[in-house]
Write a protein that binds this ligand. Structure first.
Ligand SMILES: [Zn+2]
Length: 467
């Protein structure tokens, strides 16, 4: 049918073309000319985001002075993806502690102003480095910063928002036909940090605790087979360096990216944080350890990339949904007063709750968090969860989504605090501190809500749940 129509359409004059177009584009275009919806175009861009002057650092409350020099530069990197139908999306990964809702809104607002992207087509992922700057904007002071320390953080945040908008524009301008594939390796330094002691669960070392040691790797080649980019993940806190370290760096994720880019000149390496809420690198505490973890992860990514990988094709379908996560009822005043005497991470929320009660303010019963799912044809589902998601969610999500063709990321779009499972909530420990950019502890029902919503989103974008 198309072969007979094609020559005719070529012969018709310009007056007839619009008529035929209105009848239906499919009549005018031969099968060979139709865009192949499985084909992907990919674009890359990068920008150095190392603060130029000493700045207060994020991640450890114990630090009491600004950064002192640079151990390794910080970067933000973007990967734009377009499919044959014209769907587009941009992933931005950055060596920062996290993007809270206000910061993510500001960044995405700037990106939407400068491009035709909608919010659902933008995915922000923070590496959660604990040797990077505090990320904040005017009006949202964190870490109790005031005066020049706060002003410096706000200037950095405003500049970063502009840089990330330009980064998205640059990645979209770099879109070109690409061959995408993926595979999975593993990381040996990922350690469950929820240590069970006679005084409850503390931050420590739990070699029998669950961790997701997978290292998903996405490889992007030009059609002639030239490697252009490697995006990889790891479900572990970027906390090899501790509160005593005052030199800026992107921890193991930065050293891994640098390792790959040194060995493969011209290739852009990108790190996407996984569900590492309950995992720390092991060992930790020294520059030698961070270099070692970076080398070992970088080498593993290179090893996986050199193997026979599975193809990743379009069509690309992206979803973003604000999900209302249920919060536990506010405890009675007497209990809150007891909680203030307990661990500081629990006292943090209890103190805010008491202050609200004192002012007769009502506290929210839910926290609305953005969940993202990107589906690549029948080849791969990328789930990008918000917050510091504990590793224990990985097997739960596999149980509702299937085990294969699945990449689970976290620290995406809104880093509001920890997202624990019902079991972790019952066991206690640091990860039960829950919200820190808002007020509240999650209810145990949060687990069921997360699993049901992600499953529904995955189904909507076309994941086959039998995989
Ligand atoms: Zn954390």
């Amino acid at each position: 049918m198309f072969s007979t129509i094609r020559p005719k359409t070529r012969l018709v004059g310009p007056v007839l073309v619009p008529v035929l177009l209105s009848v239906g584009l499919v009549l005018c275009v031969g099968a060979a000319d139709r865009p192949d919806e499985t084909e992907l175009q990919v674009g890359f861009a990068r920008v150095k985001i190392t603060p130029e002057a000493p700045i207060r650092m994020a991640g450890y409350a114990s630090r009491n002075k600004p950064s002192e020099g640079v151990l390794a530069d910080l970067y933000a990197k973007a990967m734009a993806i377009a499919d044959g139908r014209g769907e587009r999306a941009v992933l931005i990964t950055a060596d920062v502690i996290g993007f809270n809702a206000a910061v993510a809104d500001a960044i995405c607002g700037r990106i939407m102003e400068k491009t035709t992207l909608q919010r659902r087509q933008i995915l922000l992922n923070a590496s959660h480095t604990h040797t990077g700057p505090v990320i904040g904007l005017p009006g949202a002071t964190s870490y109790g910063l005031e005066g020049e320390a706060a002003a410096r953080v706000h200037r950095y945040g405003l500049k970063l928002a502009g840089q990330l908008a330009d980064l998205a524009v640059a990645a979209l301008a770099d879109l070109r036909p690409s061959k995408v594939s993926w595979g999975v390796g593993w990381a040996d330094f990922v350690m469950n940090r929820r240590e069970f002691t006679d005084r409850g669960v503390r931050l420590g070392f739990n070699p029998r605790g669950y961790v997701d040691r997978s290292v998903p790797v996405m490889r992007v080649d030009s059609p002639d087979g030239k490697l252009r980019g490697l995006m990889f993940g790891c479900a572990c806190h970027n906390t090899t360096l501790t509160g005593k370290h005052y030199q800026l760096s992107a921890d193991y994720a930065g050293f891994a990216q640098a390792y790959i880019e040194e060995r493969l000149p011209g290739v852009q390496a990108m790190f996407m944080a996984g569900c590492g809420g309950s995992a720390n690198p092991h060992p930790r505490g020294t520059v030698e350890a961070v270099e070692q973890h970076g080398r070992s992860l970088g080498a593993e990514v290179c090893r996986v990339a050199a193997e026979a990988l599975s193809p990743v094709r379009g069509p690309l379908r992206v979803e973003l949904k604000l999900v209302d996560l249920p919060l536990a009822p506010v405890p009675p005043r007497e209990q809150l007063e007891e909680m203030i005497e307990g661990p500081s991470y629990i006292a943090f929320n209890a103190r805010k709750m008491l202050a609200a009660l004192d002012k007769n303010e009502s506290l929210p019963t839910e926290y609305a968090a953005p969940f993202a799912v990107w589906q690549f044809g029948g080849d791969l589902t990328l789930v990008a969860l918000p917050g510091e998601v504990v590793n224990e969610y990985v097997p739960l999500l596999e149980s509702v989504l299937g085990h294969r063709k699945l990449w689970i990321a976290a620290y995406a779009n809104d880093c509001f605090g920890y997202l624990p499972t019902a079991r972790v909530l019952a066991e206690g420990g640091y990860e039960t501190r829950c919200l820190y950019t808002a007020t509240g502890f999650f209810a145990p029902e949060v687990e069921g809500v997360v699993l049901a919503e992600v499953r529904q989103m995955a189904e909507k974008v076309g994941r086959s749940l039998l995989d």
